[in-house]
Design a protein around this ligand. Structure first.
Ligand SMILES: [Zn+2]
Length: 210
């Protein structure tokens, strides 16, 4: 437990794993456990969905979360709500000023629209989500608006969105404390056409504790 990346986490450490650059991942997080996501090399967007373990038709809702906290950014203290209005998890710690939940997940289709037809075959977050969810019988109908940990999507005064250089850095993290048994699903974003990953997707580390 002398690893500084584990500082402040409850014990025991139930899982400690590196997710390769561009890879999908999913795991159950039990009520009261903390999921820590660590941006190992910095400036890596981590696309994130979650579902109730008991009934996966209850899932994360960006809309309910934004409405409940009357703010579009996710910060320490934010409570992540489900489509049924229940608290699924809280952000209990993060040195990163804010995280995004309106920028969406990259896909072959959106890449083609934004960056040109030559990007159509590039691996994207939607494919990662489908790969992870497909192991549990969930498909395209189960895709909802996601969270982008460590991704900087500033909103201008006129409402315009940007995707700009990250506000994260090597070794920075976010902690989520589960309020229900949930399935966390991650796409370690493979995007190489905009600055969300510094044009160089890198590994991340996930720890489940408590
Ligand atoms: Zn992505």
């Amino acid at each position: 437990m002398n690893d500084p990346a584990l500082a402040g986490l409850p014990s025991p450490i139930a899982l400690d794993q590196v997710i390769a650059a561009r890879a999908p991942w999913d795991h159950v997080v039990r009520t009261g456990q903390t999921l820590r996501i660590i941006d190992l090399e910095g400036n890596q967007a981590v696309d994130f969905l979650m579902y109730s373990l008991l009934d996966d038709t209850e899932r994360y809702s960006a809309q309910d979360t934004i409405a409940a906290q009357a703010n579009i950014f996710l910060k320490v203290g934010s409570v992540l709500h489900s489509c049924d209005g229940n608290p699924m998890a809280s952000i209990t710690g993060s040195p990163v000023a804010y995280h995004d939940t309106i920028g969406g997940a990259c896909s072959c289709e959106s890449n083609t629209l934004r960056y040109g037809y030559h990007t159509k075959s590039q691996h994207a977050c939607v494919e990662n989500f489908l790969l992870a969810n497909g192991r549990h019988g969930r498909g395209k109908r189960d895709m909802v608006s996601n969270i982008n940990w460590f991704m900087n999507v500033p909103v201008e005064a006129d409402g315009a969105l940007g995707i700009v250089d990250g506000i994260s850095g090597a070794g920075l993290w976010v902690d989520l404390r589960a309020h229900m048994d949930l399935i966390a699903v991650i796409s370690n974003c493979p995007q190489i056409n905009n600055p969300c990953n510094g044009f160089d997707p890198t590994p991340i580390r996930v720890v489940i504790a408590g």
